[in-house]
Design a protein around this ligand. Structure first.
Ligand code: NI
Ligand code: MN
Length: 228
């Protein structure tokens, strides 16, 4: 089955297969590179790597409007459950945990970063290993380079990795190229760059450095998509 990954700007993506759309890190309002308005999205689930404002974004508004379940690490999930109507489905996994749905599953894995939500909830950031439509996609979240980025690919055959490259708040493009090798996915999609001046980088240079290792870097402009 084909899976379509669409870049919405910064670290926000939709991942769609067979009519089911997942929304990851929906920072749209206030995102100078947002490709869509939050009001135009109708996801079947919202998955969060962490609750920094540039990832949590429009989660509550979209979840309230659509009823989409939200997956987030437990402390952040508890905060969100309090912001959403009683009974709204919120999956409060912790690192290593898997949320299972009829479309597939999402597992939260470690990332090296910090996080406090805009409302003040301290929590540990993660990456997301997402399985849908028979494909497995690893969104690294915000992270520095560390060797355990290799572990998800030792358990699952990864089809694509979404990797932050902008530096300053995450690893820079040089470390990100090393991360791409550690992760081992054949397709690499860069994100978290050029949204704001501190994270401007040379994405073509990143792509060139990754591509010589035999992987395929797919650079998406906000609003562009690719099919796996
Ligand atoms: Ni962050
Ligand atoms: Mn971020």
């Amino acid at each position: 089955m084909s899976v379509t990954i669409k870049f919405l700007g910064h670290a926000a993506f939709t991942i769609e297969a067979d009519g089911t759309t997942l929304l990851v890190d929906p920072f749209l309002s206030g995102n100078p590179k947002a490709a869509v308005a939050a009001a135009d999205l109708s996801p079947d689930a919202i998955l969060l790597t962490h609750g920094h404002g540039d990832h949590l974004g429009d989660t509550v508004d979209i979840a309230k409007r659509t009823g989409a379940p939200v997956v987030a690490i437990v402390e952040l999930a508890n905060e969100l459950a309090g912001d959403l109507p009683d009974g709204h489905p919120v999956s409060d996994i912790n690192l290593g945990g898997t949320a299972t749905f009829d479309w597939g599953w999402a597992r939260l894995v470690p990332a090296w970063h910090t996080a406090v939500s805009p409302s003040g909830t301290a929590h540990t950031p993660g990456g997301l290993v997402i399985n849908i439509g028979g494909k497995t996609i690893y969104h690294l979240g915000d992270t520095a380079l560390f060797s355990d980025l290799a572990l998800p690919g030792q358990r699952e055959r990864l089809d694509a990795a979404i990797i932050p490259i902008g530096g300053h708040y995450t690893m820079d493009r040089h470390d990100a190229a090393r991360a791409a090798s550690l992760v081992g996915a054949p397709v690499v999609i860069p994100c978290h760059y050029d949204t704001f001046p501190p994270i401007e980088t040379d994405v073509a240079a990143f792509a060139a450095e990754v591509d010589i290792t035999g992987k395929r870097t797919i650079v998406l402009e906000p609003g562009q998509e690719t099919e796996l």
